[in-house]
Design a protein around this ligand. Sequence first.
Ligand SMILES: [Zn+2]
Length: 272
Amino acid sequence: MIPGRRPEPWPYCCTGCGRPYPDDLLPYCCPACGGVYDFSGPLVYQNPESMLPDRRGLARFRSALPIASAAPLISLGEGGTPLLPVQVGSRVLHFKCEHLNPTGSYKDRGTAILVSALSSVGVTEAVEDSSGNAGASFAAYAARARIRARVFVPSSASGAKRSQIEAYGAELVLIDGPRSAASNAVRLAAEGGAVYASHAYMPQGMAGVATIAYEIVEQLGGAPGAVIAPVGCRKARRGQRGFEFASPSAVTPCWTRSRPQAGRSSPSPKMN
Ligand SMILES: [Zn+2]
């Protein structure tokens, strides 16, 4: 059960059976069919010209984010990263400097929205699993929101990543075995009643990640010709959703094989 009442309905539904996100629980997947949640309608794109000039970073997009109007944005100053032009041969490439976010990765954009949503309904404890930057991001924003965080991490994760998570005050739960073992362990905790603040499954953070696209369109003055992005899980691809609303006619997803020998493909959004 969620600790407090949700001030406004959450705009998510199950992609498997269509059921809306429940009012009285905080599941990371649909209790009825096991499907993942997504937005029940289009993301809200806020034109930069309508923003308040005194806001910075994600706060500039406040009215486009799925947070109750009365709830605070849990922020550490994420977003608003530079787009640096670099001459490469005959072309100019622009690099979006997401490493300048508070904990060093784009994950902060989504975590700010997810933790804001959890905080708005009174969550005081939550768990997450990560092998690196998502865990650090969650630890930092949970500390900001005074949420007690436990982060399940493969024991093989680098010492630097583990130190960063602990430095923000989260409890580090080391799990032996592959990355999937940490996922299994955190799901067991969720089945035991813990709030699973999953960066991969909870839908809240998607609108935060989409602000990468809003900023790029604003910084370039229009949609870019192409976007090249490394992807690990589907979260990075969520930035593509932002382009679909900032420049609706411009998006053509292009799937590029990064490991042809393994027969697996990775998505990369291509802009026309
Ligand atoms: Zn379902």
